[in-house]
Design a protein around this ligand. Structure first.
Ligand code: NAD
Length: 474
């Protein structure tokens, strides 16, 4: 209507398709003005993010505690300092990332020069998940800004305190004409998905990933899907058991009580070695969280009652509940589930079919460690795969034979912190990657540009026919 055309999207009563349309128009206008393309704009916005994280550390930690009772140290290590690290790297490298890359030319085009120019895509949508609600929102935003785009961020409604803090802080610290936050759940996200974006970057589960991809297909919008999956840890017997146990615990219960996309979902080991591994895990869990992990302040709770009940039903399935070898305590009022280890649950149980995304850790046993490859291959490709082994041939075979978004040998989770490695899935764990320069590339179009001059006209495409076949192929 005429009156709604006069409105801005913020003046609308609720965020519907019309509001989303107004928002995208507003951002597209700013993008088309060219302001986001300059080095100065990109630098100033990333500097503002760094300042925001520095100044609002206390508020961020509190919001994460409200949403997940995330322990302070974990919030600092895995959300705050990682966001700061992404800003620092982008600020150090931005100039070199933005520089066109020289490319080789061929005899066919001689004389000529060529370069690959990274150009911003336009107006991009970032939809994030609740488990690392601060980092998973800001990290792709930093990449999108570094690449010179206008951005809309839709944080997860399942972490409401962090979502509203992000909305407030981004409005306060960043350029409102190009970077906006829309809060909300399915209705708001659906309204956003009706619009034409230049890229959609989605972090979350596979079911919604499919919804995002079909919505994007209508506009031929490219997507990056950062999904999840069942991340295996294959544990050989020739290892430093205590170190391995501590690293498995760090990658399972310390990181958000298993609510992490690259948390160890299940372990595979030999029948013979399983009892020793279980003993070591049990001892080290108590070392980390005390004899009563349910009472520990160092462990996050389950995010909400929906996820608590989902996890409880995985544990309560008849063929599974008698397989618990450690833990198994639940407290619905406090939304807590203790670190729980299960041995030899049936392959057709829900816990072995679905991504667990919580503190339950099934151990699958095999006769020979190599048989573990078949177990992994029988499931969709995971986001991460872990191997604990001291055998060089085994390491080579693992890398060669197992397909996963990323891999880590003799530890868990840490590959995510290496910004020179791409982070992303393969197959059902997603598509596309980010982190470090990969974040910049994720939000850039790589434009191939060939420059010719008016010189050397003798060697044109017509001349080529006179070259011998060998010369032409040179
Ligand atoms: P989710 O799929 O429930 O929600 C993610 C986002 O999608 C939220 O912002 C939500 O509002 C939106 N959404 C939910 N339903 C929607 C719908 N019908 N239409 C449009 N949008 C909708 O995922 P989650 O529970 O928030 O996250 C858990 C999953 O995310 C796990 O599978 C985990 O492995 C994965 N994950 C992946 C990564 C990664 O980096 N690859 C990181 C964290 C989590």
């Amino acid at each position: 209507t005429q009156s709604s055309l006069m409105m801005t999207w913020e003046e609308k009563q609720r965020f519907d398709v019309e509001a989303a349309d107004l928002l995208v128009k507003e951002l597209r206008k700013s993008f088309n003005s060219g302001k986001t393309k300059s080095y100065e704009w990109r630098k100033s916005q990333i500097e503002s993010i760094a300042k925001m994280v520095e100044e609002k550390e206390k508020e961020i930690t509190e919001a994460l505690y409200k949403d997940l009772s995330k322990p302070e140290t974990e919030s600092f290590v895995s959300e705050i300092s990682m966001s700061k690290g992404s800003c620092k790297l982008a600020l150090e490298e931005l100039k070199s990332w933005m520089n066109p890359e020289k490319a080789k030319t061929s005899l066919t085009t001689y004389p000529s020069s060529a370069e690959i120019v990274s150009e911003p895509l336009g107006v991009v949508l970032i939809i994030s998940a609740w488990n690392y609600p601060f980092l998973l929102s800001l990290d792709p935003v930093i990449g999108a800004i570094a690449a010179g785009n206008a951005v809309v961020l839709k944080p997860s409604e399942i972490a409401p305190a962090t979502s509203s803090l992000l909305a407030e802080l981004i409005a306060e610290y960043l350029d409102k004409s190009t970077i906006r936050v829309v809060e909300g759940a399915v209705a708001e996200t659906s309204a956003l998905l009706e619009q034409k974006w230049d890229k959609i970057f989605y972090t979350g589960g596979e079911r919604v990933g499919r919804i995002i991809m079909s919505a994007a297909a209508k506009h031929l919008t490219p997507v990056i899907l950062e999904l999840g999956g069942k991340c295996p840890a294959l544990v050989d017997s020739n290892i430093n058991l205590q170190v391995a146990a501590r690293r498995i615990i760090a990658g399972k219960w310390v990181c958000n009580n298993g609510q992490a996309c690259i948390a160890v979902d299940y372990i595979i080991t030999t029948k013979q070695f399983a009892p020793k591994l279980i003993d070591a895990l049990r001892q080290e869990v108590e070392e980390f969280f005390g004899k009563d992990p349910m009472g520990s302040k160092d462990i996050s709770r389950i995010v909400n009652s929906f996820h608590f009940n989902r996890l409880a039903s995985l544990l309560d399935e008849d063929k599974v509940s008698n397989k618990i070898v450690y833990g198994g305590q639940k407290d619905e009022n406090q939304l807590k589930i203790s670190p729980t280890i299960l041995l030899d649950v049936p392959e057709d149980s829900l816990i072995m079919k679905e991504e667990i995304f919580g503190p339950l850790l099934p151990i699958v046993t095999v006769e020979k460690i190599e048989d573990g490859f078949e177990v992994i291959k029988s499931k969709p490709k995971p986001l991460a795969a872990y191997l604990f082994s001291d055998d060089e041939q085994m390491k080579k075979d693992f890398v060669q034979n197992v397909s996963a978004g990323g891999m880590l040998v003799n530890d868990t989770i840490l590959h995510l912190t290496v910004s020179s490695l791409p982070f992303g899935g393969v197959g059902e764990s997603g598509m596309g990657a980010y982190h470090g320069k990969f974040s910049f590339d994720a939000f850039s179009h790589k434009k191939g540009v060939l420059y010719r001059s008016f010189d050397g006209d003798a060697t044109t495409r017509f001349q080529i026919v006179r070259l011998s076949k060998d010369e032409y192929q040179d």
